[in-house]
Write a protein of this length. Structure first.
Lengths: 743, 149
């Protein structure tokens, strides 16, 4: 995912004249890629400056922030820029992926160099035209100036000549001194905001094509279930229903390249209902009254899993010593005091507000799809494989996503729509309803931790032991349920041991906002509080002691997490963590006296290259209900904040989202199927729950990193800490059972 | 049947049971009104009938009658609507943006009846509308900014 040093800038003259500067990738791209004119920077003679936004927009603001990076180095005013969309095409644009908060850390420099490269070519064109050294030419607001001769020109005037100049090597370009930034670090509103507030069609679900029919897809709520019976005649009699298509199961669709998950993508068997409206299609699907039987997941039951986890805690782990740093058992034996606690957290659904959908038009040798997806290239390859087409004959129109949170990293819906559209022979918009969105999600796995810590005489932690129970197949943890060297306290606490027990699961697991971390932070930060309390020490002061002196601790071992590529070789910097911890405490006025049943809680967590700490102020009413009044967040995501407005919005949203999850979200299984059907039994944060969230970004001398995820994990443990301070009760299971908090 | 949508009389051919949401989106091509849950939980499909916010997914098209329907595409016709849209843009409220049409229709109804809403008024009027990205702090600020404009 890192920008290749071999990336070269490629220029070409547009049909209408002007400069098109795209990125040509040395890795596998042809010298001349069709569509390479859809480049990142297009300046035409009329003066229009178009910058391509190539990354999937799922609400993380990348359609604004990436063009900002290019525009800054191109040295134009933001108001002069028109942002244009790109299709999904890895050969032309490189990796297009909304995941792992990876876009900014991997592409910040590259996007800047794209802008700087275009600027350098324009400068050289002016230097040639004016017969002056390029070094004497200055730029600003899309103008070129030569002070000595008093000459000036618009970028537009030089664009055609610039396009014929050999592009500079990216590494030869000089980037701006950040002190000169005029766009980066400012508050820039989202480029689609006006379209959003006036209801323009932007999302995948808004796609409408001539001759399009609407489809709903009846499939087993239990993964792998087979159709037993269905009332086809009744469905066909529903007004508006035009036909039914039988879809056969396929289990050979593993082509993911951007998101690694084990196993095979499954196209489930079922019946597609084609109709003249979404309503008729869904009604037809319900009228089928399809009955299903069996399925790989039929054995699944939350009750049974809870019993299995309890049994594993009693009988011992399947995989003792799964991780072993130092000698935790020996240190534990010397401990002055031992602390034990059990923590657990549930499966979670993504529940993005735009229900899963896809629109496809498939002809004999081509497919065209309109998708809200986080991984357009994966969709392209999956569809090509499913339909037996060449990848280059599959076109992905990359639509805005009404939320992703990791769900749209997977493209099962694209394959379904493509297969149905091929059989239908006309364009098809496939629409899942909310219950299907829950039933066929790629869930954040639940987990259980049995923890033991050894404390020395001062109460400091000298050994940490975790028995981690979570899910996988064939005795191996699923990659979304790992415990590894990237996760605190690994490395920070030297004598650390983790045992593992793997419970079998057949349903699909996936990445959910700050995956793995979103669960572990609750456990590890909660347990630090447990240790602080056992030691009779203040949770803030105790955390300072845990972090110790500022140092960079190498991540102990290779790991398979979602952010693996971006994080490889990244140390855990205790000094950076101490910085945000102290800042959050200072913002919140840590230690101040509060009224009865009101408390402060504090937690920190590192994930997705970002260091975060937050303090939560919460009160607990007599009936146990919890009100969060205020959250203070301190963040260290490196030297630059790309877009201060978007950044603050991401942090505030992550915190409130995490609050909703901590208080009201749990996915459970009965008879192999997800029980939750809608937002009535899976509670998202709402306005009356939303506290004030103050955000401070510390600027530190480290590379700029991403922000879609890392603010999320530390909220839940800080909330549990605040509840403890308010009530003296420690809740160690998510979602927090506030009925235990009655006065 | 005839519907009055955003000040215009429109002929609609649809199953009388079809929810207004789907008549707007699929029959009339007004896709600004969003499908979220289909059960009245999320408010993504919020439109106004004679100025009152209703759930488009819970309102059969045959039940609308002569009521005046306002959707996000027609919000700019209202002075409050324009103030809200401007505040939404000025404060950069949206993240994914999918819920914002429903949020704006709910907020416009609030300001028309309560031009200077308190935090409690905003909680009461807006808590039926889920923002999955949780942009609530900015939605609240934008409502207050529009109220002050």
């Amino acid at each position: 995912m890192k920008a290749s040093r071999r990336d070269i800038l490629k220029a070409g003259v547009l049909a209408g004249g002007g400069l098109s500067l795209g990125l040509q990738f040395a890795g596998g791209a042809k010298a001349s890629v069709p569509g390479a004119l859809s480049a990142f920077v297009i300046i035409d003679p009329t003066g229009s400056i178009r910058i391509t936004a190539h990354q999937p927009e799922i609400g993380q603001g990348v359609r604004t922030s990436f063009p900002m990076m290019i525009a800054e180095e191109l040295d134009v005013d933001w108001a002069q820029v028109t942002v244009v969309p790109a299709p999904g095409n890895r050969q032309v644009y490189g990796v297009q992926l909304a995941g792992g908060s990876s876009a900014t850390p991997t592409q910040f420099e590259r996007m800047r160099r794209l802008g700087a490269g275009a600027r350098a070519m324009l400068v050289q064109a002016a230097a040639n035209a004016w017969g002056v050294p390029a070094g004497e030419i200055t730029t600003g607001s899309a103008m070129l100036h030569h002070k000595a001769s008093g000459r000036s020109a618009r970028y537009a005037d030089m664009a055609e000549a610039a396009a014929s100049i050999a592009p500079p090597k990216p590494e030869s370009l000089t980037l701006k001194d950040p002190a000169q930034f005029r766009i980066l670090g400012q508050r820039i509103g989202g480029v689609d905001n006006r379209a959003l507030v006036t209801g323009k069609p932007l999302f995948g679900i808004d796609t409408r094509l001539p001759g399009m029919v609407y489809a709903a897809f009846a499939k087993s709520p239990v993964f792998g279930g087979k159709l037993k019976s269905a009332n086809r005649a009744a469905a066909l009699a529903v007004p508006g229903v035009k036909g039914l298509i039988n879809v056969a199961e396929r289990r050979d669709l593993k082509t993911q390249i951007d998101v690694g998950l084990p196993g095979i993508e499954v196209l489930p068997e079922g019946i597609a209902v084609l109709a003249t409206s979404t309503w008729a299609a869904l009604k037809g699907r319900d009228t089928l009254a399809a009955v299903w039987e069996g399925g790989d997941a039929a054995f699944q039951s939350t009750t049974a899993w809870e019993a299995a986890a309890a049994k594993a805690f009693k009988d011992g782990p399947q995989k003792p010593g799964y991780m072993n740093h130092g000698n935790a058992p020996a240190k534990m034996a010397t401990a002055a005091k031992k602390v034990t606690a059990d923590y657990s957290y549930p499966f979670l659904a993504h529940a993005a507000l735009e229900p899963i959908n896809a629109t496809a038009h498939v002809t004999a040798d081509k497919a065209e799809l309109w998708l809200s997806t986080q991984t357009p290239e994966d969709a392209r390859r999956m569809v090509a494989l499913a339909l037996g087409l060449k990848v280059e004959n599959v076109t992905i129109h990359l639509m805005r996503s009404g939320g992703g949170f990791g769900r749209r990293l997977m493209n099962d819906f694209a394959v379904e729509a493509a297969v149905i559209a091929k059989a239908a022979g006309v364009p098809v918009k496939l629409q899942w309803d909310r219950a299907q969105d829950f039933a066929h999600d790629w869930l954040r796995p639940g987990g259980w931790h049995k923890l033991e810590a050894g404390l020395d005489e001062k109460g400091d932690i000298i050994a940490w032991h975790d028995h981690f129970v979570s899910f996988g197949a064939d005795g191996a943890l699923n990659p979304t349920a790992v415990i590894d060297g990237s996760l605190f306290p690994s490395g920070v606490i030297k004598d650390f041991r983790a045992d593992v027990t793997v419970l079998p699961i057949a349903s699909t697991l996936g990445w959910l906002r700050a995956p793995i971390n979103n669960a572990f932070a609750f456990v590890t930060q909660g347990f630090i509080d447990d240790c602080a309390i056992a030691a009779g020490r203040d949770p803030l002061e105790y955390r300072r002691g845990v972090l110790g002196s500022p140092r960079a601790i190498p991540i102990a071992e290779e790991f398979s997490g979602e952010t693996g590529e971006a994080m490889k070789g990244t140390p855990y910097n205790t000094g950076r963590m101490r910085g945000v911890l102290d800042k959050a405490a200072e913002m919140a006025g840590w230690g101040r006296k509060l009224p009865p049943r009101r408390g402060l809680g504090i937690a920190f967590h590192f994930s997705h290259l970002g260091y975060f700490a937050n303090v939560v102020e919460a009160s607990v009413a007599g009936d146990g209900s919890v009100k969060v009044h205020h959250v203070w967040v301190a963040a260290d995501i490196g030297k630059h904040i790309v877009n201060l407005s978007g950044a603050e919005n991401q942090v505030q949203g992550s915190v409130i989202d995490a609050l909703g999850a901590a208080l009201g979200q749990r996915i459970t299984f009965v008879d192999g199927a997800v029980e939750q059907k809608n937002y009535g039994d899976f509670h998202l944060a709402r306005m009356d729950m939303a506290p004030a969230v103050d955000v401070a970004f510390l600027s530190t001398d480290y590379p700029t990193t991403g922000l879609g995820e890392p603010a999320y994990p530390s909220l839940a443990p800080a909330l549990a800490g605040a509840i403890y301070q308010a009530t003296g009760k420690r809740l160690r299971t998510l979602p927090l059972d506030t009925s235990q908090l009655t006065a | 049947m005839k519907l009055n949508i955003n000040g215009k009389s429109v002929d609609v051919t649809a199953d009388p049971d079809m929810p207004l949401l789907w008549a707007l989106r699929d029959v009339l091509g007004l896709t600004g009104t969003k499908f979220g849950c289909g059960a009245g939980f999320c408010g993504a499909c919020t439109v106004q009938l004679d100025g009152e916010p209703v759930r488009g997914c819970q309102t059969p098209v045959s039940a609308v009658g002569t009521a005046k329907i306002t959707t996000i595409e027609g919000l700019s016709a209202s002075a409050w609507g324009r103030k809200l849209q401007d505040a939404w843009v000025a404060l950069d409220v949206p993240q994914c943006g999918y819920c914002q049409a429903g949020q704006l229709l709910a907020a416009e109804s609030l300001l028309r009846t309560t031009p200077k809403p308190t935090d409690a008024d905003i909680d009461a009027a807006m808590s039926g509308n889920i923002c999955r990205c949780a942009t609530y702090t900015r939605i609240r600020a934008a409502i207050k900014q529009a109220a002050a404009a």
